[in-house]
Design a protein around this ligand. Structure first.
Ligand SMILES: [Ca+2]
Ligand SMILES: [Ca+2]
Length: 235
């Protein structure tokens, strides 16, 4: 009896720790069904057009607070992501209305991370853009949509999904302005050096760059919510 007690206590602790580490599940978790929009800001408000949510659930469908959700941009070779200071909750004083936890930026691994709130939702609103040089370009796939980013629960080695990345600010400077429209038009007309329809210009993720995307760009331009770009980029 005296010998068994420590063993039973040990088993109890093991059970408790396994329960606490119950992993999030890719089959029950979900994300907003749109591309991720990299945006700018106005005054101290990060453009709400960039809001992107990931809802994390366990195997039993239970919502999971305090889980790190990361978006990996390693394969999004034409993206720029603002340094942590210019993300929500950073030292630059910018915030997004729906974000409850700060975004962290890991430049070495090209990933942005948010923690789920009490409802199990990680809210992203990422300040960033794409390269003006348009090289290397992430082009639309021949059959289907180019989804260069990946959503991961890294602490559990669990991948949720791939994700297309788009932006209205096509040069990462001066917010969304007429220069960006001319750069977008290169994709619309298939003008070299990008004659292969850049995925970042396909705002509705329809596998093309057309008038629908132009209308979406115009709506964003006239909102005036991305009149500034990040002053510094992590990559
Ligand atoms: Ca711009
Ligand atoms: Ca499109």
């Amino acid at each position: 009896m005296t010998r068994r007690l420590p063993i039973l206590i040990g088993l109890g602790l093991l059970t408790a720790s396994a329960s606490a580490a119950s992993p999030p599940s890719a089959s029950t978790s979900s994300h907003q069904n749109t591309p991720l929009r990299l945006v700018g800001y106005r005054a101290t408000a990060i453009d709400p057009a960039g809001t992107f949510t990931v809802t994390v659930r366990g195997l039993g469908g239970n919502l999971m607070p305090n889980v790190q959700v990361s978006i990996l941009f390693a394969n999004c070779t034409d993206t720029h992501i603002g340094v942590a200071a210019y993300q929500s909750g950073g030292s630059g004083g910018l915030s997004c209305a729906d974000c409850q936890n700060p975004l962290t930026v890991d430049a070495a691994n090209r990933r942005v991370t948010a923690i789920t709130n009490s409802s199990g939702v990680a809210v992203f609103d990422v300040v960033g853009s794409v390269t003006r040089s348009r090289s290397p370009v992430v082009a639309e796939a021949v059959n289907g949509v180019a989804k260069c980013a990946e959503i991961w629960f890294l602490a559990f080695n669990e991948k949720l999904d791939n994700l297309q990345v788009v932006t209205f600010d096509q040069d990462g400077a001066n917010g969304v302005d007429a220069i960006d429209l001319s750069l977008w038009a290169q994709d619309f007309y298939g003008i070299p050096p990008n004659s292969s329809l850049r995925a970042a210009s396909d705002y509705d993720a329809a596998g093309n760059v057309d008038g629908v995307d132009l209308a979406l760009w115009a709506a964003e331009f006239f909102s005036g919510n991305s009149i500034a770009s990040a002053p510094a980029y992590a990559w």
